[in-house]
Design a protein around this ligand. Structure first.
Ligand code: S3P
Length: 455
């Protein structure tokens, strides 16, 4: 499928009611994992609904470079022939992971548990992001690293010869760190355990089970979770039907909620409770969001999500314990809060500072420029909404961050004055057809005309 690629400024103008049944693309987290586990499995893995965004294509490229066969068929399906756990080949080139933190951190775990050496690099955003969080536990498992200052890319991993199993308590709530340790643990002699105080997305656990591995999850007395697996388990190639991405669905959902008269229905969206915190929050704000036809697919809960614009949203306090289940959705929630009536307080957001950009800062700066009254703290954002969309009329810096870009294009659908972003190209990392999909629903998002929309 080809999509309009906006590599430069993009503008979003006020539109009237959105309606339709958009087909949201596949889940990014699950797509990465389906290729990685397919590449470690014995036999063929057939994947339908894979997100063909740049981040996932980087994972596919890296797994090919390490010996797996990863093919995209004319029938739209992806087929992966794996090398077996511990069977990865040493890549003979540097692995350029583009913008993708998930690919990099999970693959550091895979390489760290194998007796091979690989070097990772990435784009201007990825080389700024902290990797020490993955390096620390992988060193305990026997891997060695040579990194740039601050544990940043480019870095070289020399995987362990005899991978040690560990028990590791996550110092930060991070599914990427948990997954990196578990993937290295797949090739360790004993039992690897990761303890997390706050449950993060469990797609690695679900997908490992789907490929035939045994993964145990125990709730501890203090409410933490211990996730354990024995090493040297064989993975069997499987069929994976990737659910549609709730993080992408959230952009269309918020657009529908802030534009009067809108109604959209999105089928087959992942509604794993460790991912759907944004929908819970929007419902608390008074949104009419319904799950229909709830069921399980490939170990993951999915549903049809119906969103209807009925009431003006109301400001809320977002409970801090909910943060991991909506970690990627704070930018779009901040857009909803900017159109809501009253104050929305979000806290426990330190991790947002080290995502594809410093998302707290980028949202605070961009929303202020659009006329929103807010306060930013070290790890918090408080937004005072008036019950109406802000004025808009701003040019927004996005720092190669797809979610900042899409959030402001959604805001521009509702503001009286257009909202322009500096660069639409990062959107293709996670949601390559975002602009077409939004315009099919009735949005007015497009290239900036020479006459300049924003004065
Ligand atoms: C992801 C985990 C999250 C999320 C990222 C994808 C994953 O990061 O922000 O976009 O697929 O494991 P952390 O849980 O590591 O913060």
């Amino acid at each position: 499928m080809t999509h309009t690629l906006y590599s430069g400024p993009v503008v979003s103008r006020k539109c009237s009611a959105l309606s339709g049944r958009p087909l949201i693309p596949g889940d990014k987290s699950i797509s990465h994992r389906s290729i990685m586990l397919g590449a470690l499995a014995i036999g063929e893995t057939i994947i339908s609904g894979l997100l063909e965004g740049e981040d996932v294509l980087h994972t596919a490229m890296a797994m090919r470079a390490m010996g797996a066969k990863v093919e995209h068929g004319d029938d739209g399906l992806w087929r992966v022939h794996g090398v077996g756990v511990g069977g990865l080949h040493e890549p003979d080139q540097v692995l350029d992971m583009g913008n993708s933190g998930t690919s990099t951190r999970l693959l550091m775990g895979l390489v760290g548990g194998c007796d091979i050496t690989a070097t990772f690099t990435g784009d201007k955003s990825l080389v700024k992001r902290p990797m020490k969080r993955v390096v620390t536990p992988l060193e305990m498992m026997g891997a060695q690293f040579m990194c740039r200052s601050g544990g940043r890319l480019p870095l070289t991993v020399k995987g362990a010869q005899d991978t040690l199993s560990i028990e590791y308590k996550l110092p930060i709530a991070s599914a990427q760190v948990k997954s990196a340790v578990m993937l290295a643990g797949l090739n360790a002699a004993g039992r690897t355990t990761v303890i997390e105080d706050r449950p993060t997305r469990d797609h690695t656990e679900n997908m490992l089970r789907h490929f035939g591995a045994k993964v145990d999850v125990e709730e501890l007395e203090d409410g933490a979770f211990a996730v354990s697996l024995n090493g040297h388990q064989e993975l069997r190639g499987s069929s994976v039907d990737v659910p549609r991405d709730p993080s992408s669905a959230a952009f269309a959902a918020v657009a529908a909620l802030i534009i009067e008269g809108s109604e959209i229905t999105m089928s087959n969206v992942g509604v794993n409770p460790r991912r759907d915190g944004v929908f819970a929050t929007l419902k608390e704000m008074g949104a009419d969001i319904r799950y229909e036809n709830e069921r399980m697919e490939a170990g993951e809960p999915v549903a049809t999500i119906k969103v209807t614009a009925k009431n003006t949203l109301k400001g809320v306090n977002v409970p801090e314990e909910r943060v991991p289940s909506m970690i990627d959705e704070f930018p779009i929630l901040a857009v909803a809060a900017s159109c809501a009536e009253g104050t929305t307080h979000m806290t426990g957001l330190r991790e947002l500072r080290v995502k594809e950009s410093d998302r707290l800062l980028m949202m605070a700066n961009g929303l202020k420029a659009c006329g929103v009254n807010l306060e930013m703290g070290e790890d918090s954002l408080t937004i005072h909404g008036t019950g109406k969309p802000p004025e808009g009329g701003a040019h927004i810096e996005t720092e190669l961050d797809h979610r900042i870009a899409m959030s402001f294009l959604v805001l521009g659908c509702a503001t009286d004055e257009p909202v322009e972003i500096d660069d639409g190209s990062p959107i293709k990392t996670s949601f390559p057809n975002f602009i077409e999909l939004m315009n099919d629903l009735g949005a007015d998002i497009g290239e900036v005309s020479s006459s300049n929309d924003i004065s």
